[in-house]
Design a protein around this ligand. Structure first.
Ligand SMILES: Nc1ncnc2c1ncn2[C@@H]1O[C@H](COP(=O)(O)OP(=O)(O)O)[C@@H](O)[C@H]1O
Ligand SMILES: [Mg+2]
Length: 251
């Protein structure tokens, strides 16, 4: 199958607590190739998390349709790896038990699988550590390993590194790049960090302010691993920041 994800004319309305209709997504269409790394960048509050939740089948579109591997997304049927914006590890479970969680709920826990993803994210020596005993970057590795453990069809990442310091974020960009090189899992990552998008993505979609529409599609045709200081890299960054600035003049 050529496309892993197809989003066709998706709009989404919410009803506020005071009864007003709030439009969050406006007629969004795009497709994601098998193995592609797609990034969305867009202003805060434009609807990025809502879009990911719809792709994961956690929320229904008000109109339009979504297909993941040709089917309507259903969290009970399709395995989707979700790395959340907020810290979502269980504080009372150690690294190993956090990572095995998704397998456990599906009733197919297999220590060999956990061992493989633990090694992939470089946490071999920290299996029995609890989240509070880990650095921010290590906790992200656990979250990524947990998402990968279920062998998902796609990985959805919602501003995964937003709460990290700049240096750790750089390290995590490299880590995620090399994981994607190894596994070639179809990944959709939303971020407002343009550097992150240009470093990781095959293609960047820039979203407008709420209600989000797709404003621009930019193919990042740079060799990998990318050099964040190269002039071509900086040109892509500036181009995307220019589009974002049209939406958020304050940046
Ligand atoms: N379940 C909901 N009910 C009502 N409003 C919501 C709900 N979920 C999100 N929103 C609103 O939709 C808008 C977009 O939210 P979100 O998708 O989280 O944006 P982003 O992730 O881009 O910051 C926000 O104004 C938010 O308050
Ligand atoms: Mg969000």
């Amino acid at each position: 199958m050529k496309y892993k994800v197809e989003v066709e004319k998706v709009s989404k309305f919410f009803v506020n607590p005071n009864g007003e209709r709030l439009q969050v997504l406006d007629n969004i269409s795009f497709k994601v190739y098998d193995g592609e790394f797609l990034c969305f960048v867009g202003p805060s509050g434009c609807g990025k998390t809502t879009l990911l939740r719809i792709i994961a089948g956690l929320e229904k579109p008000s109109s339009g349709r979504v297909r993941v591997e040709g089917e309507t997304p259903n969290p009970k049927k399709i395995r989707i790896g979700f790395v959340f914006q907020e810290e979502a590890l269980f504080p009372w479970r150690n690294v190993w038990d956090n990572i095995k969680f998704g397998l456990e709920v599906r009733g197919n826990y297999n220590p060999k699988i956990v061992e493989d993803v633990v090694r992939l994210v470089g946490l071999e020596n920290f299996k029995s550590y609890y989240p509070h005993q880990l650095s921010g970057g290590m906790r992200k590795r656990v979250a990524i390993a947990r998402a990968l453990a279920v062998n998902p069809s796609i990985i959805l990442m919602d501003e995964p590194f937003g709460d990290l310091d700049a240096q750790t974020r750089w390290i995590m960009h490299k880590e995620l790049y090399s994981i994607h090189e190894k596994l070639k899992k179809t990944t959709i990552l939303v971020t407002h960090n343009v550097e992150e998008a240009v470093y990781l993505a095959d293609r960047v979609l820039v979203l407008t302010r709420r209600p989000a529409k797709v404003k621009k599609e930019i193919f990042i045709g740079l060799e990998r691993p990318r050099n964040k200081l190269s002039s071509q890299f900086i040109r892509f960054r500036e181009e995307i920041i220019g589009f974002l600035r049209e939406e958020v003049p304050e940046i």
